[in-house]
Structures are given as C-alpha cells and as structure tokens.
Design a protein around this ligand. Sequence first.
Ligand SMILES: NC(=O)c1ccc[n+]([C@@H]2O[C@H](COP(=O)([O-])OP(=O)(O)OC[C@H]3O[C@@H](n4cnc5c(N)ncnc54)[C@H](OP(=O)(O)O)[C@@H]3O)[C@@H](O)[C@H]2O)c1
Length: 353
Amino acid sequence: MSALHHRPVPTRALAPGYVVPRLIKGGWQLAGGHGSVDRAHAIADMVAFAEAGITAFDCADIYTGVEELIGEFLRAWRERYGATAPTIRVHTKCVPDRDALPTLTRADVERLVDRSLTRLGVDALDLVQFHWWNFEVPGWIEAAGHLAELARIGKIRQLGVTNFDTPRLRLLLDAGIPIVSHQVQCSLLDRRALGPMAALCAERGVGLLTYGALAGGFFHERWLGVREPIAPLENRSLVKYKLIIDEFGGWAAFQPLLRAMRTIADTHGTTIGAVALRAVLDEPAVTSVIVGARHAGHLPATLSALSLEMSASERATLQALVTAAPGPAGDVYDLERDLTGVHAGIMRYNLNA
Ligand SMILES: NC(=O)c1ccc[n+]([C@@H]2O[C@H](COP(=O)([O-])OP(=O)(O)OC[C@H]3O[C@@H](n4cnc5c(N)ncnc54)[C@H](OP(=O)(O)O)[C@@H]3O)[C@@H](O)[C@H]2O)c1
C-alpha cells in the first residue's frame, strides 16, 4: 500500500479547519506492559498506518517513550514524502502527576507542554488532551486555563480533555475554555459516554474521540468459546479491559456478545474486531475511534471496518445484548476515579517524574 493507493479513510472536522480521520492510531500499547518494542518496527508500523490513511496518532506525555517514537516517525515521514507528505496529526495529552496537583503552577504546565514539543520535534502541538486525576483537588479549571493561554501564544493548536465527567466538563466549557474534543472510553461493552456526556458534547460542539472499542484485544476470535482467562493476563490492555468485561456482566455475558459479533462477521466476511470498530463508528456522537496497536498486523481488519455496513437487524441484535448488561454504570470514568475500586488499583499516577 502506498500513500497514493488506498481508499480514503473518512474524516470529520473536529474544529473549523481541523480535520481528523475517523480512525486514529493509539500509542499506549508502545509505552510498556505490552511486550518489548522494536523502534524500527514501531516506526515502520506507523508509516503503514499513515500510508493506509490513518494519519492521526494518539499519545500522551505519560506514555513512556512514545512521543519520542512518534517524533522519529514524523522525521521519517517527511524524508519519505518530502513536500508532498500528507499531513499527520499528533494528539498528545497533558497529564500532571497526581501528587503534583495541589501545587501545580502555570510554569509547571508550560514545562510539560515544552517537553512534549521537544520530544515530538514540532513547533506546536496539534491537540493537547488535558487530564486531571482528582477533582477533589482544586486547580483544574486554572490548569486548563494555562493550556488555553499556551494555545493563544501558539504552542498548542487545539485543546481537548480526557476522562472528564459531565458536570466537570460543563464547568470547563462554562469557564470559556475552548475545548474541541473529549477522549473517553466507548465500546459495545462500555456505553457510559453515550448518555448525558454525548448530549453535552453535541450541544457544545465537542467531538468524542473514543478508546476501548476493541476492549484491549478481547474483541477477537481467539476469545470466542474459551474459558475465562485468569490472572496473570498477557498485557496491560487485557488487564484493564477484563475489568470492563466484569462490569458488563462477566465472561458469561461477554460470550453471547462475541458469538453474535462472529455471526455478523461471518455474514460480511470480516472479523469480530471489525464489527467492534464499526459499532462505535456508527454511534452518531463519535467523531473518531482510537485503535490501539502493538504492531500493524491487525491493520487490514481495522481498515475493513470502514466498508462494513451492518443491517438494522444486526445492529438491533447487538443493542439488545448491550442493553441487557448491568454496566459499566455511572458517568464517564466514575468507576476509574473511585480509589477504593479495582479500576483505580491498576493505574499508575505519577509517571512524569
Ligand atoms: N485517555 C485514556 O485514559 C486512554 C485509556 C486507554 C487508551 N487510550 C488511547 O486509546 C488507544 C487505544 O487503546 P485501547 O486501550 O482503547 O485499546 P483497544 O483499541 O481497545 O485495543 C487495542 C488492542 O486490540 C488488538 N487489536 C488491534 N486492532 C485490532 C483489530 N482490528 N481486530 C482485533 N483486535 C485488534 C491489539 O491487541 P493484540 O495485539 O494483543 O491482538 C491491540 O493492542 C491507546 O493506544 C491510547 O492511545 C487512552
């Protein structure tokens, strides 16, 4: 596949003049906890995604080593295609350490942004998605204001957030912070973003960029009809999303969903993963789906989601299974913010140091 010979990936405008592909390559799986990373392979994989039209990349200041890797990729991309290089968008995050929140200053925020600029080797960050670990600690509206100020002076092009709940996102928007996107978990297992959050985002012109559509790899034929896996699981993605399967109703509720997805996949000659991606792409509230990838091996299946057209009855079958599930319940990221819960127990909070 070359940049000139692929079916175009559909796009959506996230903000005036800022267009993103409906599929974005995720970077967390290159940050450790998913097997060793070969830099040359990782960059070749990024080229393969970009050449296939997936020209936006998600990362974070706390994804160890990933901003640098994407910076290397950007240089390789420019060398390969020169002045005709298709535009690449890099969406990073600003995630101040949990322990640093009580004393966070404007200078601290600027240092984090400057570090991302250096690692990526760019003059301005395309999109910075702001995360705040603990809303009990004040200062998050101020910190978002610092980022907005850094946007005004040209260090940031667009400002987004990630993992906010509905009332806090409303407060940020009411404070006049120019938020264009919200990165949230959304999948056939996790519908939390599709209620009041989606309504608020639609009303205020905020695009939803979603993660978790593939449940970290659980939406795959290899998990169909097999026994529930027990710890230790192979990588951090599986650890994270096994907890979401548990909230969904456990392995016993997950298997009928996988079977229904496989039936749909058979009808269309595709894979469970493609059905999982299509189901989220079909949500009207969703701007783009971020697809996690350790390598480019799943790329053909990922692209096949773009041409998949599920019938109304296939969508209704999935909807019925999803509606019958008890959870995950609550607002976006409520479960993950509960420090006494299992979801918070697997997180790493102070990765900037
Ligand atoms: N804001 C946040 O808090 C947050 C949280 C998590 C993730 N993210 C972002 O979202 C990105 C996506 O990660 P995720 O956690 O949401 O994982 P995901 O996309 O649900 O799952 C990714 C895993 O699915 C498998 N896979 C990839 N393509 C596939 C396909 N076409 N069919 C079947 N399986 C496929 C791969 O696992 P195998 O290689 O093992 O098969 C891959 O590592 C991350 O990289 C990160 O950028 C953000």
